[in-house]
Design a protein around this ligand. Sequence first.
Ligand code: KG4
Length: 338
Amino acid sequence: MSIILGIESSCDDTSAAIIQDNVLLSNIIASQKVHETYGGVVPELASRAHQQNIIPVVDQAIKQAGVEKSDISAIAFTRGPGLLGSLLVGTSFAKGLSTALNIPMIEVNHLQAHVLAHFIKQDKDDSNQPKFPFLCLLVSGGNSQIIHVKNWNNMEIIGQTIDDAAGEAFDKCAKMMGLPYPGGPVVDRLAKEGNPNTFVLNKPNIPGYNYSFSGLKTSFLYLLRDKLKENPNFIEENKADLCASLQATIVDVLMKKLSKAAKDLKIKEIAVAGGVSANSGLREAFVNYAQKYHWTIHIPSFAFTTDNAAMVAIVGYFKYLEKDFCPIDSVPFTRTEI
Ligand code: KG4
């Protein structure tokens, strides 16, 4: 039996989780509201907030799990990619606690953790885990990738964005409409009231499984600019239709490439992960594609779409089984592939 403490601090969420083998006992997330006023994450403020949050968050995770510090077998922490100042808080905390408790440390790649979040069991009888090999669409504020997952420790990125990520496209277009940050969830909410066929936006035409969202973003900007010349209230009067059209275009671009990859690789086990996987249009498209192409789909519960330590702890669990521990001089990295 193993009890793993997971720690996540790569961006603007401070999170700690306890997993007993692969069953989740607790997952505490402290989100940082301080960035909302700035329309994006301010790295220095993020690291300061992590410093304030990390001890209470870990303490709460341990208490809620009903375990003692002395029960913990190992500490898994996000080593990267992410913001350096943020990563340093979680990494240093993991070092301090593992030294104090004399237990091993396990370094975790944040992107791998998003993909493997599907293996977290909410209770012992939870048996809805993907079977290898599967494809995972990883869509967040910083990434849009199609990943061929051959095993928990063997993944290949077969497609990725060559410019903006899908979440970035949601957020930047939302900002153009004067919507608050992060714009993705707001666009999602407003899109429910709108007609997705009202406005035609630029769709990328690039070969292979790669994505591009910068052209779509520019075409959205030009649409607003031209329409605002005719009617200064254009955004206000068309907000729902603009959001619905934007969301439908992003979802369509994501799904077309994913289904092409699924067809070419003859894989019908398909998962989605990352912040944008909370999007209702994308979730609906997954269900529709699953019916049409006979996919078995894996959509994470909302708690595991954004950054969380449960996904770090599950990777920790897999690595713990292999005694894949890291040295005390492990340092964070800001950019990497899986
Ligand atoms: O994975 P994540 O929490 O972290 C980062 O990549 O930093 O993803 C955050 C992204 C943001 O761009 C946010 O707008 C987007 O996920 N997002 C959504 C929704 N919920 C979060 N985008 C569209 N629809 C949503 N419901």
